[in-house]
Design a protein around this ligand. Structure first.
Ligand code: TYM
Length: 334
């Protein structure tokens, strides 16, 4: 707890171009939850280098992501928005937690399996221990809740296991975090293959809506979305394409599945796709405008980067010192 508020932690990688999946699965919920919790939102650049990055490009993308957090509606005064690499406690706690995590546990992580298949020429130790760094992120701030998309649930589960193991040896050191999934949008699927997750790294640009796509592009991509030949707008397993569009519409409008099915009863796929495209464009356009404005204000963003890194560092160090003491590192002499 900080000032009687429960604590929330989440983060996003600055690699690739952010998609509608990142927005609906994570960022949009972050904004909704930000009043209720004491929030830490990190641009997780340490995680990004598990895959080779161009340094200048990574720096630029990290800054853009920081700006996007604010453009999407996170108030940087109320929420602690910071770069993971500016708080050394993440890497320090990750090392300690590495010594409390089993190879067998990490071997089971589906994201490791996927990423090592994709980057077969660079299966580095960081890629393997990635979930431990993620556990460190969360546990460092004693987070109660972690809003993520479905693809991250396995990582929250291992975080809980590591924390429980540590607590069982040393007493109540870490808060055991709970994942938070939005009612809709926790797993947005590709527009070209609705059995696959919408992903930043998809090679087909029509498969994903990028947060930088303009209105026409968004509407065009929805028009081209793969559906089926059944001709009815129903949420069910036989219609993964239509179900995905319903899920997107639901996440944007807050309507229920029944309300959406009713609204489009008897209407064609063309009408429905257009409606989904328009509501996504209406949702993203103000974020894009604000992003462009904020990007011009270098001093403002710099100020946030500095202040919030200090704030995050303060809370991170509190946990880190406690953990260091528990495991038996010598106390600092002042
Ligand atoms: P990342 O950067 O891949 O994704 C950021 C967030 O977006 C969600 N997401 C989706 N949600 C719905 N549908 C999709 N198609 C979709 N694609 C992505 C992800 O679930 C995530 O919430 N390892 C994390 C970043 C991280 C983190 C953390 C998250 C590092 N430390 C601590 C929470 C807590 C990642 O790579 O997310």
């Amino acid at each position: 707890m900080i000032d009687d508020k429960k604590i929330l932690f989440s983060g996003m990688q600055a690699t690739g171009s952010l998609t509608l999946g990142n927005y609906l699965g994570a960022l949009k919920n972050w904004v909704t939850l930000s009043d209720e919790y004491e929030c830490f939102y990190s641009v997780v650049d340490l995680h990004s280098i598990t895959v080779r990055q161009d340094p200048a490009e990574l720096r630029k993308k990290a800054r853009n992501l920081m700006t996007l957090y604010i453009a999407a509606g996170l108030d940087p005064v109320k929420n602690c928005i910071y770069y993971q690499s500016h708080v050394s406690g993440h890497a320090e706690l990750a090392w300690i937690l590495n010594c409390f995590t089993y190879m067998g546990e990490l071997n089971r992580m589906t994201q490791f399996k996927d990423k090592s298949a994709k980057h077969a020429d660079n299966i580095n130790a960081g890629l393997f221990t990635y979930p431990v760094l993620m556990a460190a992120d969360i546990l460092l701030y004693q987070a109660d809740v972690v809003p993520v998309g479905k693809d991250q649930l396995q990582h929250i589960e291992i975080t809980r296991d590591i924390a429980t193991r540590f607590n069982s040896i040393y007493g109540d050191v870490f808060t055991i975090p709970e994942p938070y999934l939005g009612k809709a949008g926790a797993k947005i699927m590709s527009l070209q293959d609705p059995t696959k997750k919408m992903s930043k790294s998809d090679e087909n640009p029509n498969a994903s809506i990028y947060l930088t796509d303009d209105r026409d592009t968004i509407i065009r991509k929805f028009k081209r979305a793969v559906t089926d030949s059944l001709g009815c707008i129903k949420y069910n397993e036989e219609q993964p394409g239509i179900s995905n569009l319903i899920d997107i519409y639901r996440a944007c409008t807050g309507m229920t599945v029944e309300e959406i099915e009713k609204e489009f009863d008897g209407k064609g796929y063309g009408d429905f796709k257009l409606a989904v495209g328009e509501c996504v464009a209406d949702m993203l356009t103000p974020v894009q405008t604000r992003f462009d404005e904020l990007s011009k204000d270098k001093a403002y963003i710099d100020g946030i980067i500095k202040e919030n890194a200090e704030k995050a560092g303060y809370y991170a160090n509190k946990t880190l010192r406690k953990v260091q003491k528990k495991v038996g590192f010598p106390e600092r002499v002042r």
